[in-house]
Design a protein around this ligand. Structure first.
Ligand SMILES: CC(C)(COP(=O)(O)OP(=O)(O)OC[C@H]1O[C@@H](n2cnc3c(N)ncnc32)[C@H](O)[C@@H]1OP(=O)(O)O)[C@@H](O)C(=O)NCCC(=O)NCCS
Length: 137
């Protein structure tokens, strides 16, 4: 039985382990603390027998939703856990009135691409551009 619920701080070490085992960058505590001030209900974990086996970080800027850092324990994949996480996250986006959700996938990450396409997320031709901002003075 899988429970999908909002992240709680005691989950943090397990979430870090999931991100690391999936090769994803770890979101540091201070960045998460800032995110949780805005939309804490969009940071979800999947729990089986009191163990955190999946995680996804959603954000909503008032116009678009973004899905980040989805990861499922390698020993628990292909059991529908990511599908359940995204289903719950989509319901929460909808409750906020979010009209469209975006995410980024590396082109060589064919497994993840198949997963997203199975859920109806279609590739767009946009190219990601990124620039770090200076620290606040
Ligand atoms: C991608 C990932 C989150 C999928 O999690 P999961 O819980 O195994 O996914 P689900 O069981 O809900 O899969 C649902 C469907 O997606 C597709 N799918 C999922 N993983 C797939 C893979 N590796 N290859 C091909 N199709 C896949 C299948 O259609 C699957 O249905 P099926 O098992 O009945 O065939 C997981 O493999 C993972 O954590 N990967 C490493 C991190 C990562 O790539 N994150 C996403 C980055 S954008």
């Amino acid at each position: 039985m899988i429970e999908i619920r909002q992240f709680r701080w005691p989950d943090y070490d397990a979430v870090v382990g999931l991100w690391q085992s999936a090769g994803r960058d770890v979101v540091p505590r201070d960045e998460l603390a800032a995110k949780l001030l805005r939309d804490p209900q969009l940071f979800l974990v999947a729990v089986a027998a009191e163990t955190v086996v999946g995680v996804v970080l959603g954000t909503y800027d008032g116009r678009r939703g973004w899905i980040l850092r989805l990861a499922v324990d390698p020993t628990c994949r292909r059991q529908g856990i990511a599908t359940s996480l995204i289903g719950e996250l989509e319901a929460r986006f909808a409750a906020l009135g979010c009209p469209r959700v975006n995410l980024l996938v590396l082109p060589e990450d064919t497994g993840a691409l198949r997963f997203w396409q199975a859920l109806g997320y279609l590739p767009a031709p946009d190219v990601l551009c990124s620039k770090p901002m200076p620290a606040p003075r």
